[in-house]
Ligand binder design. Sequence first.
Ligand code: ADP
Length: 613
Amino acid sequence: MIVRISALLISVALVVAPLQVAAQEARSRSILVLNQSDLRGPFYYLVFSGLRSVLSADDRSHLTLYAENLDLSRFRGKNYEALLHRYLKEKYQNAQIDVVVAVGAATLDLVLHWRSDLWPEVPVVFAMIDEIDLVRMQLPDGVTGKVVKLPLADSIKAAHALVPDLETVVFVGDAWDSLTIYRNWKEEIPVATRGLKVIDLVGQTMAEVRRRVAELPDRSAIIYSAMFSDGKGTYYPPATAVGLVAEKANRPIVVAAETFLAPGGAGGFLLVPVRIGEEAARLALRILDGELPSNIAPAVGDAVKPIFNWLQMQRWGVREADLPPGSEIRFREPGLWEKYRWQTFSVAAVLLIQAGLISILLHERHRRANAERESRNRLTELAHAHRQATAGELSSTIAHELNQPLGAILTNTETAELILNSPSPNLSEVKEILADIRRDDIRASEVIHRMRSLLRRVPFEDKVIDLNDTVRKVFEFLSVQASARNIALYFEPSGKPLQVKGDQIQLQQVIMNLIVNSMDAMAAMPNGRAVIGRTEVNGGSSAVVSILDSGPGIPADKLNEVFDPFFSTKKQGMGIGLSISRTIVQAHKGRIWAENQSEGGAVFRLSLPLTLS
Ligand code: ADP
C-alpha cells in the first residue's frame, strides 16, 4: 500500500503544475479543481479541457488554475482519504483558493468533509453530481453546482431503441459500490428493468465478462456502467475496458459516457465531459465576479445527450427512426460525395466537358450530314442537267436510231399490203413480215426506254450494285451511236461480280461521259477508232473501271486540268462533264484520274471501294 500511495503522489505531482491563465496584475484569483478520477483518462481530461477553455476565454479576470487528481475510482478508504487531506493541506497552505471545483460525488463528499479545515468559507462549485446524490447530501451554504440526470431508465430506453424487441439486459461494470458515477443505478434496477430478464455480470473479471458477452441470447443488450479493474489488480481506463468487452460482445452495448462511444459503445444517454467542465467553469466565474453561491440554486445541467454510434447502428441493424428524439449520430460514414468530394467533382467536370464535346460533335455531325445531303441533292440536279445536255448531244443519233426501225416498219407494212392485195396472198410470208415489224417496234421502244431512263430525275440512291452490269448497260446504250460514228466498242468485264455501293444512274453517267469524250476525241481520226471498257479488282478492296481509247491522248500538263470545271477544247463543249464525273465519284468515296497509254490514246480510270455482300 505504501508503495502504491507514493506512486500516486508522484503522478498527482505531475498533474498539478499550476496553469497561469493570464498575467498577474493585482492579486491573482485561484481556482482549485479536484477531479474524482484519473486526469490522464479521456473522460476527466475532457472535463478539465472544457473547464480550462471557458476560463482561458475569460479576459476579465486573472486566474491561476490548480488541478488535483484524487483517483477515487481506484483508491478509497479512510487512510487514503487522510493522506489526501494531509497532502492538500500541506500543499495549499499558502495558496489562497477562491473557488474549489469538485468534480464527482465522491470528490464532493470529501470536499464537504474537509472544507471547514482546508477551505473555510471558500465557495465550492460541484460538477457531475447525480440528482440522487444531491438529495442524499446536505449542502451547506456556499456550495452550488450543476446536477446531471443519468437514470438507469434512460439507458434501458436506449437499449429498447437499439433492440426493439428487447427481452434481456446484461449489466457489465465494476461492483456498484466501487463506482463513482453510476452507483445509483443499483437501486433503480428493479423498477427500470421491470418486464425484462437480467443477466448480471457486475463485478466479474474481465476474462469472465469477455467469455460471457460472446454468447448472449438474441434480443438482449449490454448495459455498461464502467470497469476500472479486472478484479485482479489490473486497472484500465474504463474507455479501454469497454473496447475489450465490445471486441467479444455478440450484442450491442449501451453506454453512458461520451468517451465510451468510440471504443465500441452503441450509444445511449451520454455524459458529455466537455460540457460538465464548461458548466462548472461558468459557475466559478460567476462566483468570482461576486455572485453569492447561495443565490445560485443547484440545477440540472445540459451535459447528458442521447448520442449513438453510426457504425454500431449498421452492425446491429438499428434504424435512425427508432432512436430517441433529438439523438445525435456520431461516426457516420461520409457518403460518396463527402468522401470523394474532389474526385467526384473532377469526374463530374470531366463528364460534363465530355458531354459538351459530344454534343458539339453530334451537332457538327448533324450539320455535316445536312451539308452532305444538300450537296448530293445539288449533284443530282447537276447530273440530271448534264444528262439532259448529253441527251441533246446524242439526239441526232438517237433520231437516226429510231428512224431505222420506224423506216423498216413502214417498208414492211407496205410490202405486206401488196402481198395481201395479190390474188393468192402468201400468208406465211406475211407472217414473217409481221414478226419483223414486231422486232423493229421492240427495238424502237427500247431506244425510247433507254432515253427515258437517261433523262429520269431520281434522288440519290445508295444501293449495292454490280459494277459489271452497270458499265455493260452504258456500252449497250451507246452501241448504236458508236457504230453510227464508225467506232468499235468493246467491254471486258472482270471475271467475278464487283459489288459497290452507290447510285447506278449517276455512275452510268460517269461511264457515258468517258465513252462519249473518247468518241469525240477520235472524231478526226480516219480509222482505227475503238473504245475499250474494262473492269477489274484492285488489291481486293476496290474495283477499277478503265475506259481506253485510240484517240490522240491528253497533253501531259493537262491530265489534271481536264477535271476542272469549264475546261474544254471542244468548239461546243461546256467543260463540265469530267468535273461532274469527279464529283459523282468522290461522292461514292472513289477516285478518278486520267493517263496516256504508252501506245497512244487516253485512258480514264475510276476506282470505287468494294462492298462486302
Ligand atoms: P467537254 O466534253 O464539254 O469539253 P469534259 O469535261 O467532258 O467537257 O472534257 C473536258 C476536256 O477534256 C475535253 O474538252 C477534252 O479536251 C479533254 N478530254 C476529255 N476526254 C478526253 C479523251 N478521251 N481524249 C482526249 N481528251 C479528252
